[in-house]
Structure formats: C-alpha cells, structure tokens
Write a protein that binds this ligand. Structure first.
Ligand code: DP6
Length: 331
C-alpha cells in the first residue's frame, strides 16, 4: 500500500507550519529483536519485539520553516550534503506529511549517541522527527498513530515514541496501522544498560539490507519467529516478576539466535569484530564467577551489557570504558 495515501487519511484538511518545532525521542535497545519484514515498504515485521528506552540518550530534532528553494539538513551542528542518503531519507519522510507549496525547512538533528554504531540512532531519529512534524503542523495525532507513522521511517522507531519497556505489536492489517508500539506499565529502577563501544565505524551492511538477505537466504530463519514469540512471553513474565536472571538470559539468547540467522545467510553476515567476541567471553567468565551480567547486540559490533544497580561497581571495574544508562531514572 502507498505510504502517503495511508498517512493522508489521518491528516487534517488544512495544515500550516508554526514558527519552529522541537522534539526529543529516546533511543531504545530491543531485548526481543525485530529481524525480518513481511512488508518492506511499510516496515511491517515478521515478529513482535520488545525494547527498553535509553532515557536521556537519543535524538533531538528541530524543524524551522524558511524562505529557500531547498531544505537544509544538519547533524550534530554540521551541515549535511542534501544529496546524501541521510538527508534524502529525512526529506522523503517529511514530504509524506508536508502540504504542497509549504515552506522548505531547516532540519537540525542532534544525536547524543554514536550514529550508525549499532545503537539504533535511526530509531530515535525517526521518532523525534515524527514528533517534531506533529508539533510543526499541529497535527494532534494520537501517540499510537505517531508510532505507526515513525515505523514507516524505520521499524525500531515505532518503539522510540515511548519511555521504558515497549512492545511493538506486529498487527494484522494490510495498512499496518495496528503495527505500533505499546508501552508497558512496569518500571525497573535498578535496571542498567551498559554501552560498550567496540568501534564507532559505520557498519558495512545496514539492518534493512541485512534483514532482507537473512529472510531470503538463511534456512535457519524459519525458526526465528517461534524463538521470538517464546522470548517475548518470557520477557513479559520476567518484567512482571522483576526476575533479572530470566530477563538477561532471554535477551542474550534472543540476540545470539538473531545473529545465528545472520551468520547462516548467504553471503554471510557477521557483524562481530574480534573485540566483540572477546567481550562476550569476558561476560561469560564473570557470570561463571557469580556476577549477574548478560548482554545483547544489534546489527553491529557493539555490545550492550544488562545488569542491575547492585552489580554496577563490579561491572564497571571489569569494563572501565562502559557508558552506563539508567533507563528508569535513578534507583
Ligand atoms: C537489529 O529498525 O534499523 O536493531 O526498519 O529497516 O529501518 P529498518 O530497520 P531497523 O532495524 C533494527 C534491527 C535491530 C533489532 C531491533 O532493534 O529490534
């Protein structure tokens, strides 16, 4: 289905930009991963996923109308080439909403997380852009509609419309409007996410192409939807019971299962660097020694550690370079 036609059905008849709009959205880390699309145009997933938001880490986007023949894009204060993939993606998304003849915009994006280093900056990026569009044109759309629209920009962005734990329901509708994030009520003040940056280099194969390759070529992928469904259930229970071992072990097994399907693709997709594998062994050794420490990984070489507040000193001693995030504020 045509994205623009779906979106237009939700927009008011007359929309005018206000002076300027600004919005922030948190990044998120999936504990049960989204990997594989049933509709690549609308980013409709083959499996449901569940994430935790990264609190103050994310993207702030400012939109300001101005009199120029061309939109202007900046990232972290630096002008971006309007013909770059980054600028074209943002502008194409904006144009799904912008009325014909409406002023061009300065689109200023600030990420306080490394862009494209496996920390899902496209998630917070499209969520922040969606919120800013909603402000700029005074669309007053409900948050689940914003989430479904942000999903059209990047699937994982559907979860960045909310803080805390979020399930992205797959939905069944052809237009995908029931495929959006749903926040969980539960909080977990002691939960910590440690960002271990193995390399800030951009990944050679992005998630979009990686997923398509896996679905097309990996026989192992057939087992993935069942794995994800089971893990989603386990995570819901772990969160309801604040059972950290269950949360951590489920998230780690889910991430490694996803990576197994990537590795089984052709040509193979191995996002790990030697440093990623060394970190995994260190985590497993520390766990054998009694530390409640688990990890998850997205489509990149970097590792996200999962632990609770009472292990933080020991974890930081083992990984002094770790950036610790408190998803639910201070304990
Ligand atoms: C491994 O949301 O970046 O991080 O929908 O093509 O933009 P597109 O993909 P994207 O994929 C994220 C994949 C993942 C797992 C996850 O965040 O659930």
């Amino acid at each position: 289905m045509d994205k623009r036609a779906i979106i237009q059905g939700y927009l008011p008849q007359h929309i005018e930009p206000q002076e300027t709009a600004r919005a922030f959205a948190p990044s998120n880390i999936a504990l049960c991963k989204y990997w594989g699309k049933r509709d690549a145009n609308l980013n409709l997933p083959i499996n449901p996923s569940l994430s935790v938001g990264l609190g103050k880490l994310g993207t702030e986007t400012r939109l300001s109308p101005f009199d120029d023949p061309q939109d202007r894009v900046s990232l972290n204060g630096e002008a971006v080439d309007p013909s770059s993939a980054f600028a074209l993606k943002l502008i194409a998304f904006l144009d799904l909403f912008r009325p014909a003849g409406s002023p061009r915009l300065a689109i200023d994006t600030h990420n306080n997380i490394p862009t494209a280093a496996g920390l899902a900056s496209s998630a917070s990026g499209f969520a922040a852009l969606m919120k800013a569009i909603n402000e700029l044109y005074r669309l007053n759309l409900p948050v689940e509609v914003l989430s479904a629209f942000a999903r059209m920009g990047s699937g994982s962005a559907s979860r960045s419309l909310y803080d805390g734990f979020v399930e992205w329901r797959m939905g069944v509708r052809e237009d995908g409007m029931d495929s959006h994030g749903v926040p969980l009520e539960a909080t977990w003040p002691e939960l910590r996410v440690g960002l271990l940056t193995v390399t800030e280099a951009e990944k050679p194969v992005g998630s979009r192409a990686g997923m398509a390759r896996t679905v097309k070529s990996a026989h192992l992928y057939q087992s993935w939807p069942l794995q994800a469904a089971t893990d989603l259930e386990q995570l819901h229970q772990a969160i309801a019971e604040r059972d950290f071992e269950r949360l951590g072990s489920t998230a780690e097994q889910n991430a490694l299962s996803m990576h197994a399907t990537m590795i089984a693709s052709w040509p193979p997709l191995l996002y790990w660097q030697p440093e990623s594998v060394a970190a995994m062994h260190r985590i497993w050794r520390l766990r054998e020694e009694g530390l409640a420490l688990y990890f998850t990984m997205d489509a990149g070489p970097n590792i996200k550690l999962l632990f609770e507040a009472d292990s933080q000193a020991a974890v930081c001693q083992a990984f002094p370079e770790l950036q610790v995030v408190t998803p639910f504020g201070s304990a």
